[in-house]
Design a protein around this ligand. Structure first.
Ligand code: PA5
Length: 429
C-alpha cells in the first residue's frame, strides 16, 4: 500500500483552508467514483481494475515470452502516454546494465533525425558473432496518426520489410484504438499482430493496458503482479480514500494560495522515469483554462547541484513532492580503505541506502527551512506489486485533484494547437 507523509506541507495551510479543500476533495472523489464529472466516458482505467481481464494478461505474457526467446532488440515506438509509462516501469524494475532478454529501445518519441538514423544503423549492424540482430517492433498510438510515431514507424518497418521479407509481419506489433486511424489501415493491409487500447482509456492513463503491459512483459517484468498491485490499491482507495483526499486537499489549497510550481523529485535514480510519467499525467490533465501547477521534475542528489539552489532560495512559489523508497534497493556499502587520504573513513561500512537517505532527509529539512512545503509519497519496496500500486494511486489522485480545479482531466485540447501550426508549416492539406 502506498503511504504519504504530509507533515512537511500541512503546516503551510490553515485549518479553515484545509477544511474548505477537504470538502472539495471529497466531492471530487465522489465524482470519480460515481462517474459524474466531466469526461466521465474516460474512466476505463478504473473499469479494467474492477474487472481484471486475466485472459488478456496471460495472452500478453505468452506473447512477450515468445518475443523474449527470439529477439535481440525490442523497439517501443510511441510518444506521450504511449511510451512514458512503459519506460518508467522498465527503468524502475529491469536490470540497468545487463538484460537476460532483448534490449529495449525507444523510437517515435521525438523528431530527431540523427537519433533515428543511428538507431537504424544499429538495427542493421550485426551482433559480435557476426549474425544479424533479431528485431521486433511495437508501434503504439491510440489515434494511429501521431506524426513523431508515424515517421519513425515508417522508417523502421520499411527496413524490416526489406530485411526480413514476408516474416516482418510476425515481428511487428501494433497497439492502437479498436477502429479508425491510419495505423489500423496499415494493420489491415499488412496483417500485423494487433493489441487494442480500449476506447474509454486515454493515453496517459493507459499504462495498464497493452500499451504498457507488452513492453514491460518483454522486459521480463511480472505483469500479473504489477497489475494486481494496481488492483489492490484500487480496492484500498474505494473503501478508504483518506490519503488521496489529504494529498489532493493540500495540493489544491497551495495552488489556490499562489503556488505555481510542483517539483516532482526522487533520490532514487530508478524512479526518474516515474517523475516524468507523473509530470505528463498531471501536466496534460490539469494545465487547462489558465489553471494548474507546473509540474517540474528533479533527480536528486544530482539536481541539488543545479536547480537545488533555486528550490532553496529562489522565488517562493513551489512545493515539492518526493518519491521515497523505504527498503534498501541495493546493499552496496562503502568499502574500507587503508588510508583516510580521501577523508571518507567516517562513512566506511555504511550502505549507499543510508547515505542517500541522509541526503534526502537533510534536503527535506533544508527545503522546509527555505519555505518549501514537502510531501513524501512512500513506496515500501521497489518491486512490481508496489509499482502497480503507485500507478493507480497517481491515476486516482490526478483525477480527483483535477476535478477540484473544475476542469476535465481526460482531454488535452491545447496539444492540438502546435499540431495545427506544424502541419500548416509542413504544407499538409
Ligand atoms: O495522454 C495522451 O493522450 C497523450 O499524451 C497521447 O498519449 C500522446 O499524444 C500520443 O498519442 P497517440 O497514442 O494517439 O499517438
Amino acid at each position: 500500500m502506498i503511504k504519504i507523509d504530509t507533515a512537511g506541507a500541512r503546516t503551510f495551510i490553515t485549518d479553515d483552508l484545509y477544511k474548505e479543500g477537504y470538502d472539495k476533495a471529497l466531492h471530487a472523489f465522489k465524482q470519480v467514483v460515481d462517474a459524474s464529472g466531466p469526461g466521465n466516458n474516460w474512466l476505463g482505467w478504473r473499469r479494467i481494475l474492477k474487472q481484471p481481464n486475466d485472459a488478456e494478461l496471460e495472452r500478453i505474457s505468452r506473447h512477450a515470452e515468445q518475443i523474449r526467446d527470439d529477439a535481440d532488440l525490442f523497439i517501443v515506438c510511441g510518444i506521450g502516454g504511449s511510451f512514458t509509462g512503459a519506460k518508467a516501469i522498465i527503468d524502475a524494475l529491469a536490470p540497468i546494465f545487463s538484460h537476460n532478454g532483448p534490449e529495449i529501445l525507444y523510437a517515435g518519441h521525438h523528431m530527431g533525425g540523427k537519433y533515428l538514423k543511428q538507431l537504424l544503423d544499429y538495427l542493421k549492424s550485426p551482433k559480435s558473432n557476426g549474425e544479424p540482430k533479431s528485431v521486433y517492433l511495437n508501434v503504439i498510438s491510440k489515434s494511429g496518426s501521431t506524426l513523431e510515431t508515424a515517421l519513425a514507424f515508417r522508417a523502421i518497418r520499411t527496413w524490416m520489410h526489406e530485411f526480413y521479407g514476408e516474416s516482418a509481419k510476425d515481428r511487428i506489433i501494433a497497439t492502437t484504438g479498436e477502429t479508425g486511424g491510419v495505423l489500423n489501415n496499415i494493420v489491415d493491409e499488412e496483417g500485423y499482430h494487433k493489441y487494442v487500447i480500449p476506447d474509454d482509456i486515454g493515453g496517459r492513463f493507459s499504462v495498464l493496458t497493452p500499451v504498457g503491459l507488452l513492453p514491460v512483459s518483454v522486459a521480463g517484468i511480472d505483469i500479473q503482479t504489477l497489475y494486481y498491485g494496481a488492483v489492490s490499491e484500487y480496492k484500498t482507495n474505494e473503501n478508504n480514500p483518506e490519503k488521496i483526499l489529504e494529498y489532493a486537499t493540500i495540493r489544491y489549497i497551495l495552488q489556490k494560495t499562489g503556488y505555481a510550481l510542483d517539483v516532482i523529485g526522487s533520490f532514487e535514480p530508478e524512479l526518474a522515469g516515474f517523475t516524468g510519467w507523473t509530470q505528463q499525467l498531471l501536466g496534460e490533465s490539469e494545465g487547462k483554462e489558465g489553471k494548474g501547477l507546473f509540474p517540474a521534475t528533479a533527480m536528486f542528489s544530482t539536481d541539488l547541484h543545479s536547480i537545488g539552489q533555486m528550490i532553496q532560495q529562489g522565488k517562493r512559489n513551489m512545493l515539492e513532492i518526493l518519491f521515497v523508497v523505504e527498503k534498501e534497493i541495493s546493499d552496496l556499502e562503502i568499502s574500507e580503505a587503508s588510508t583516510n587520504v580521501d577523508g571518507l573513513k567516517y562513512l566506511e561500512g555504511k550502505s549507499y541506502h543510508d547515505i542517500n537517505h541522509s541526503a534526502q532527509e537533510g534536503t527535506v529539512q533544508a527545503h522546509l527551512e527555505g519555505g518549501v512545503p514537502v510531501i513524501k509519497i512512500i513506496i515500501e519496496k521497489l518491486n512490481a506489486q508496489q509499482i502497480g500500486e503507485f500507478i493507480y494511486f497517481y491515476e486516482l489522485f490526478t483525477a480527483v485533484y483535477v476535478y477540484m480545479l473544475e476542469v476535465n482531466p481526460f482531454n488535452q485540447p491545447g496539444v492540438e494547437n502546435y499540431k495545427q501550426a506544424m502541419y500548416r508549416l509542413l504544407g499538409k492539406k
